[in-house]
Design a protein around this ligand. Structure first.
Ligand code: S3P
Length: 169
């Protein structure tokens, strides 16, 4: 790995947080989750930020976080499901990070998120349709942003081990 950090990207429920924690353990890199970073900085949950100030405000906070985290060295960074969809985030993160896309089929995502109550974009009755639409829109953008795509249907530790093999090459 030539770059200083690793960013994990992918759809909600693709395992960015769980895999990121395992990868940090295996590599001894520090770990940070962009959503957590924003929550700590603002003292609000992501749901509160969406509810009180709207998605655009959240996207601006996400950009600030991406800029700040891109200055760090030696981190595994779990992005949010929307982070790498925005060119401004891709630009700052790719300066210092290798981007890995966690690829999980829509059917598995739907199953993993069937009881989700935390993600503001999915708290609606037509959740399945929204997931399908977002998934199809986003796939090409994740692929465009990523340096590597990895099958992320395995357990988090299995996926983290596969990532280690790739970054050591
Ligand atoms: C979002 C995904 C969430 C969080 C926010 C928006 C998205 O992160 O950043 O709710 O646009 O896909 P996770 O992918 O960690 O759920």
């Amino acid at each position: 790995m030539n770059k200083k950090n690793i960013v994990l990207c992918g759809f909600m429920g693709s395992g960015k947080t769980a895999v990121g924690k395992q990868l940090s353990r295996l590599t001894s890199l520090n770990y940070v989750d962009i959503d957590n970073y924003i929550e700590r900085k603002t003292g609000k949950t992501i749901s509160e930020i969406f509810a009180e100030s709207g998605e655009q405000h959240f996207r601006d906070l996400e950009y600030e976080a991406a800029k700040e985290l891109s200055l760090k060295k030696g981190y595994v960074i779990s992005a949010g499901g929307g982070t790498l969809l925005y060119e401004r985030n891709v630009q700052v993160l790719k300066e210092s990070c290798t981007v890995i896309f966690l690829d999980v089929p829509l059917s598995a995502i739907k199953y993993r998120l069937r009881n989700d109550t935390k993600r503001p974009l999915l708290q609606r009755p037509d959740k399945d349709r929204v997931m399908e639409e977002l998934y199809n829109q986003r796939m090409p953008l994740y692929l465009k942003a990523a340096d590597y795509r990895i099958d992320a249907t395995k357990s988090p530790i299995g996926v983290a081990k596969d990532i280690c093999k790739i970054i050591k090459k």
